[in-house]
Design a protein around this ligand. Structure first.
Ligand code: MG
Length: 399
């Protein structure tokens, strides 16, 4: 079997999120689908994939491991999120082809099921603790076992106000102060635990908006409320700050949705700074690399908490669930419900489904999900941008 072509699309079916999708075509009629979505950088990944396409045509699609290193070392410049995301798209498509050739779902080729389903978490937000509580209760009624509780949208309860951007068409500027955020989050969890009891699994995402010392204070303040984990308490640039958080509290720590290279993970594991790893196959180089990183995590007792926000599309979600089914150290999967959005169900036939808080890939050969190229072309790329955060005095916020 030989690869004869690779189609590359950027599609935006809902008008709010772009998905980079590839279809690897072979001379035997079998094709594989893969995803290379990197929020706000979609066209750059698509250009990288055009370079990869020239390297892939004529190769045997069965050579997944060899192709991974062939593409990884194809440029003098290696790694980083752009290359790793483009590499992930190709890797997913090759696993899809291998599953179709073997007539088996991908998780069977990764060693088979370690569980009957992957426990997932969803997000509850609200303007005040009572509204967050209502939304947590709604998700509990839907069967969710793990729920992320946030207050005040992006920027959380530290958001003082929003201001217009320097020109129309860009997202408004969030004015944020960490002191407000640090005071409000423990009050939210005090309320939730008083009203909901201690058993339901609750977690919280800091979105890398605190310094290591501030996050250490927060982890300590949240300790009585038994968090499932505190997510992204520091930025990857401040990873040594995790030591400070560890010394301050026993609140479990999850990190890493924007860490794409395996070498960084090893440092976090060896220092025993984290409990959950927030990778997604999509942003670390695909199924092959996600499985390897989770194997590296095993002896350190680190579990998966795979990233699965709405900007990681339905094909990437299927790839994540195949890995999550087959690894012993699965922790949780962040869930976005694509099946409930009719247009996404048409563009990506047979998305994965959630039943009583657990998700499973379907039993079809390969990834089990397809891509309708004709329909996708009706929904062209529209630029999207990340929110921009400043302090009250105008200073650009970030650590
Ligand atoms: Mg996060």
């Amino acid at each position: 079997m030989k690869i004869t072509d690779m189609g590359i699309w950027i599609t935006n079916p809902t008008g709010s999120m772009n998905y980079v999708v590839i279809k690897v075509i072979t001379d035997e009629g079998i094709y594989g689908v893969g995803e290379g979505t990197l929020y706000a950088s979609e066209p750059i990944v698509a250009e990288t994939l055009k370079v990869f396409r020239e390297l892939l045509i004529g190769r045997d699609p069965a050579l997944i491991e060899d192709t991974w290193y062939y593409l990884h070392r194809s440029s003098y410049w290696r790694g980083g999120p752009l290359f790793k995301t483009a590499l992930a798209a190709v890797d997913m498509a090759l696993w899809d082809i291998k599953g179709k050739v073997a007539n088996l779902p991908v998780y069977q080729l990764l060693g088979g099921a370690c569980r009957t389903g992957v426990v997932c978490y969803r997000h509850a937000d609200g303007r005040d603790p009572v509204e967050v509580e209502d939304n947590v209760r709604r998700l509990m009624e839907e069967g969710m076992k793990v729920i992320r509780a946030q207050m005040g949208g992006y920027g959380g309860s530290g958001k003082l106000r929003t201001e217009p951007a320097h020109r129309p068409g860009l997202p408004s500027v969030v004015i944020y102060e960490p002191a407000r955020y640090l005071l409000e989050v423990p009050k939210l969890f005090e309320h939730l635990r008083a009203q909901l009891g201690m058993e339901i699994e609750l977690l919280h995402d800091v979105h890398e908006q605190l310094s290591p010392l501030e996050s250490a204070q927060l982890a300590k303040a949240l300790e009585p409320y038994r968090l499932f984990f505190l997510e992204d308490p520091v930025s990857p640039e401040n990873k040594e700050g995790l030591a400070l958080i560890r010394r301050a509290s026993t609140t479990p720590i999850a990190i890493g949705e924007i860490i794409s290279d395996r070498e960084t993970w090893l440092t976090l594991f060896l220092n025993r700074w984290i409990d959950y790893i927030r990778i997604a196959p999509l942003h670390v180089g695909g199924i092959t690399e996600a499985k390897k990183i989770m194997t590296l995590a095993e002896p350190f007792g680190v579990k998966s908490a795979f990233h699965g926000a709405g900007d990681l599309g339905p094909i990437s979600q299927a790839a994540a669930l195949h890995v999550q089914m087959a690894i012993p150290n699965m922790g949780v999967q962040e869930w976005t419900d694509f099946a409930s959005v009719p247009v996404l169900q048409e563009v990506f036939p047979e998305p994965c489904r959630l039943v009583d808080g657990y998700a499973r890939p379907n039993e079809k050969p390969g990834l089990g999900i397809d891509f309708n190229t004709e329909l996708a072309e009706k929904y062209p790329y529209k630029p999207v941008y990340m929110p921009h955060i400043r302090r009250a005095d105008g200073t650009l916020h970030g650590y």
